[in-house]
Design a protein around this ligand. Structure first.
Ligand code: NDP
Length: 242
């Protein structure tokens, strides 16, 4: 059985990805930061699909926490390895650049961008040794076109897109693919303070997307069907581009 780690699997898009990967036969490691109660709901949903999973708490923005949790897991699971990594955990702390505080910049960069390095460089080793692996990062329309009030978030997501394209070329020969999925506006806790009725007018499909619609794209990139796709970004945005 393939083992997948989904960061931020406790809620929203990450939860749907956990369920999707369980349906596809993966054992799912559900990472969360603070909402253990929600992570347990995700685990229940995975089990209801006939799948297996486990919880793994760590803050993706803190290098020492990432290293101790992942190295601990690896130590405790000799003979197994995580062949699928979904970098999904993310936060937004919107502010205009003129007013942006250091913390708002640093927290968003650490959580959305630096986490890519902290986690990926640990798990990539076994993928290369076994010559099989999938890495998918959940980025954003904001990282492609830039959105006002989100310079920190746009920078972080654009950074992950660049890292995805670079890493894809480093590891392609070893049958490890590295891709990203860029959602537009998706109905989750992250967007619950937005006025959907107003924003949807600029979306060609005239609605927000669902976490399941994003999870479908991730599920495809993780599957054997996507074996020749690497260094790519799939947009899941109802037709909303620049
Ligand atoms: P939610 O706010 O609904 O969920 C965020 C998830 O990330 C939670 O599981 C949360 O864990 C986890 N998380 C946050 N910070 C950390 C951390 N430091 N360490 C570990 N886990 C953390 O967000 P969405 O589901 O909407 O977003 C998921 C991804 O999709 C993000 O990367 C986001 O940027 C991206 N995205 C979302 C869009 C949208 O419209 N919703 C649009 C484009 C991109 P916990 O429950 O423990 O707090």
């Amino acid at each position: 059985m393939k083992i997948a780690l989904v960061t931020g699997g406790s809620r929203g898009i990450g939860r749907s990805i956990c369920v999707k990967l369980a349906e596809a036969g993966h054992h799912v490691i559900i990472n969360y930061h603070s909402r253990k109660d929600e992570a347990e709901v995700t685990l229940k949903m995975v089990q209801e699909k006939g799948g297996t999973g486990e919880l793994l708490a760590f803050d993706v923005s803190r290098q020492n926490e990432v290293e101790s949790a992942l190295n601990g897991w690896i130590e405790g699971h000799k003979g197994e390895y995580i062949s699928v990594l979904v970098n999904n955990a993310g936060i937004r702390k919107d502010a205009l650049v003129m007013w942006m505080k250091d913390d708002e910049w640093n927290d968003v960069i650490n959580t959305n961008l630096n986490s890519f390095l902290f986690i990926t460089r640990i798990l990539i080793k076994d993928m290369l040794i076994h010559k099989s692996g999938r890495i998918v990062s959940v980025v954003s329309l904001s990282g492609i076109k830039g959105l006002p009030g989100q310079a920190n978030y746009s920078a972080a997501k654009a950074g992950v897109i660049g890292a995805t394209k670079a890493l894809a070329q480093e590891v392609a020969k070893k049958n490890v693919t590295v891709n990203a999925v860029a959602p537009g506006f998706i109905r989750t806790d992250m967007t619950k303070d937005m006025d959907e009725s107003q924003i949807k007018a600029m979306i060609p499909m005239n609605r927000f997307g669902t976490p399941e619609e994003v999870a479908e794209a991730v599920g495809f990139l993780v599957s054997e069907k996507a074996s020749y796709i690497t260094g790519n970004v799939i947009n899941v945005n109802g037709g909303l581009y620049t």
